[in-house]
Design a protein around this ligand. Structure first.
Ligand SMILES: NC(=O)c1ccc[n+]([C@@H]2O[C@H](COP(=O)([O-])OP(=O)(O)OC[C@H]3O[C@@H](n4cnc5c(N)ncnc54)[C@H](OP(=O)(O)O)[C@@H]3O)[C@@H](O)[C@H]2O)c1
Length: 334
């Protein structure tokens, strides 16, 4: 089988991408409760970019196969997993031994979402992480009984699902983006409150919206001083949930008095932990409901293109230049 290999981590992302190569290796064989999946597609996510730079919380021994997510069909199974041979699956894998940027993936059955046969396989490639992340973040809003949330990196795909699910729940969203063109697109798509993080009077505009909507919960995928600005704009009893570090900068500008005297909180969200805390039957129910929304076309991950392993360098650089345009899918052959 063919796989993409990262020879060494490199903080310079362009060099890391340009160093990727393809290799042939023997097909692995599944053992008990394991399955072999013929991969249909695997996206490049911001976590993959951080991984290539050696800046993610998963660090594999190099040379390593990147990719944490994908879709495919189970072609072989070990004892205990034979019932899903031939089934379409989405998967989220973080094991040392494999990555989704590969023609085949060997993983354990419990890392899979077994799909409805009607699921589109490109959409399925981006199903296992982002829609569930948005759902997990909004669960926090439900628990806290917040009727308005703030989110940055709002042109991205997690944010798009948050916007859509929040609208269904009657929760208002204040979206923060870093590019004028993204702001215009979101407004065209119906987003009600969109702010440009480096635009004129950003802090004043944010403060006004926060007061108007009583926003006391923020989903932060960026970090750096922007996190502090959002945190400071919120009143007492507010929570900033960090779930991404796109700026690669430390969260900054936070006054400890707010934490001590005003019941304000900074917390973190990590999808695998959210999943672990959840009852299997409830997860299955959420998964089935979301699949139906994908099948009917209500939910959709924006995909900007597909690239073959042999053109991976150019394809990933195109994604990096405009993340908001949608996911770039990797396929062994396009
Ligand atoms: N904690 C978890 O369990 C979990 C699960 C899923 C995802 N995540 C995280 O969620 C974040 C979003 O993922 P995604 O799949 O939605 O990403 P995506 O679709 O690739 O979009 C990323 C978005 O972030 C914006 N962005 C990138 N760097 C930025 C910066 N320095 N400052 C402000 N905005 C920036 C991009 O805007 P431009 O178009 O302007 O570049 C784009 O709109 C990532 O950090 C990812 O790792 C976390």
């Amino acid at each position: 089988m063919k796989k993409v290999v990262l020879p060494a981590y490199n903080k310079n992302i362009i060099r890391a991408i340009r160093s990727l190569r393809t290799e042939q290796c023997a097909l692995p064989r599944p053992e008990n409760n394991e399955v072999l999946i013929k991969v249909h597609a695997a996206p490049c996510n911001p976590s993959d970019i951080a991984f290539l730079m050696g800046g993610y919380n998963i660090v594999k021994e190099v040379p390593a196969v990147p990719g944490f997510e994908g879709s495919g069909v189970v072609v072989e199974a070990g004892e205990g997993a034979e019932d899903i041979i031939g089934r379409k699956v989405s998967f989220f894998i973080q094991e040392e031994s494999c990555g989704s940027w590969s023609e085949f993936v060997l993983t354990s059955r419990n890392k899979l979402v077994v799909l409805d046969e009607e699921m589109d396989m490109d959409q399925a490639a981006c199903f296992a992480i982002n829609p569930f992340t948005a759902r997990g973040l909004l669960d926090i809003a439900l628990l806290r009984e917040n009727r308005a949330v703030i989110q940055n990196a709002a042109g991205g795909q997690v944010a798009a699902f948050v916007r859509q699910m929040a609208a269904d729940m009657g929760v208002e969203v204040i979206d923060i983006v870093r590019k004028q063109e993204t702001m215009e697109r979101l407004k065209k798509e119906g987003a009600k409150h969109v702010l440009l993080e480096n635009g004129p009077q950003f802090k004043q505009k944010l403060g006004k919206l926060v007061r108007q909507l009583d926003a006391r919960l923020a989903f932060d995928a960026v970090g750096g001083p922007l996190s502090g600005e959002i945190f400071n704009a919120m009143p007492e009893d507010a929570e900033l949930v960090s779930y991404g570090g796109l700026s690669t900068k430390d969260i900054s500008g936070i006054n400890p008095m707010d934490l001590i005297f005003h019941d304000k909180v900074i917390s973190g969200f990590n999808l695998p932990e959210w999943r672990e805390q959840m009852d299997d039957d409830f997860f299955e129910q959420i998964s089935l409901e979301m699949q139906q929304l994908f099948i009917s076309g209500v939910y959709r991950t924006k995909i900007q293109g597909s690239i073959g392993f042999d053109d991976i360098g150019n394809g990933l650089i195109q994604y990096l230049r405009n993340l908001s345009k949608g996911k770039m899918l990797l396929k062994a052959k396009v």
